[in-house]
Design a protein around this ligand. Structure first.
Ligand SMILES: [Cu+2]
Length: 270
């Protein structure tokens, strides 16, 4: 009887130590605590779940797929099949003499972005689902396909998609344990942070002092009618780059000038 009691206590202790894990997770603790490591939650917080999957981790890559792009406005191959939950490295070679871009997404998102690119031909994407590749160079996108369905990849440089530069990805399979990933809810704070229609809120991802360019993950750019994404912007005055660094929360004004997107005002978020 005494033995039974002890083992019951032991079991209870074991159970309570297990239940600590989901409790901490539910509280929204995304920091790299030892518990996160035990749970193998090693995705960077930037890896937000989208309608077509999420940025993958290099160490989880199980397959590399080579895709080439040509000035004939074609991807080779132009159709891929992947398993649900699979993390693949898409290695994208530009065999042409002009730049091309690889953007992965749903059909609706690709169409929307193609329209934006027509209005802003100088738009440079820097999101995890895209790669702009110079002639003769190779870029890569590491992606985990966590949603079943049919998705597109396209070159959204004006004229290229219209000429048929696209391919499709078919994701099939049933949800396996490895495909069940914790849903990291997209950070909505950037949208609510927007002070007014003039300023756009964002986080600096990269400072390119040599080019006078900033890579910014930003919320909706209301004055230009553009949705939130990560883009590379030119600045009106290279001196604006002084005093800002990757990781800084900023507010900025962006204007369209001769097809280019230029930051005319930049300040640290209050
Ligand atoms: Cu192209």
């Amino acid at each position: 009887m005494k033995k039974f009691k002890l083992s019951t206590l032991g079991l209870l202790a074991a159970l309570s130590s297990i239940t600590v894990v989901p409790t901490v997770w539910a509280s929204g603790n995304h920091t790299h605590s030892p518990i996160d490591t035990n749970m193998k939650v090693d995705h960077p917080i930037e890896a937000e779940e989208s309608a077509f999957g999420r940025q993958g981790m290099t160490k989880e890559v199980t397959r590399t797929i080579d895709i080439s792009m040509s000035d004939m406005m074609r991807f080779t191959p132009d159709s891929l099949n992947v398993k649900l939950g699979e993390t693949v490295r898409l290695r994208i070679k530009n065999n042409g003499k002009i730049p091309h871009e690889f953007v992965l997404g749903t059909k609706a998102e690709i169409s929307e972005h193609a329209e934006l690119m027509k209005q802003n031909p100088e738009m440079e994407h820097a999101d995890a689902n895209s790669a702009r590749v110079a002639p003769g160079k190779t870029g890569e996108v590491i992606w985990q396909f966590t949603k079943p369905g049919k998705f597109l990849y396209a070159c959204l440089i004006p004229g290229h998609w219209d000429a048929g530069m696209q391919g499709s990805v078919t994701v099939t399979g049933t949800q396996t344990a490895s495909a069940v990933v914790p849903v990291v809810v997209a950070d909505q704070s950037m949208k609510s942070m927007t002070a007014d229609d003039k300023y756009t809120s964002g986080e600096i991802k990269k400072v390119d002092a040599a080019q006078g360019k900033l890579t910014i993950k930003h919320g909706d750019i209301k004055n230009l009618g553009m949705p939130g994404m990560t883009m590379i912007f030119k600045t009106k005055d290279p001196a604006m780059l002084n005093g800002v660094k990757a990781g800084d929360a900023v507010q900025f004004v962006v204007e369209r000038k001769d097809g280019a997107l230029i930051i005319t005002e930049l300040k640290k978020a209050p």
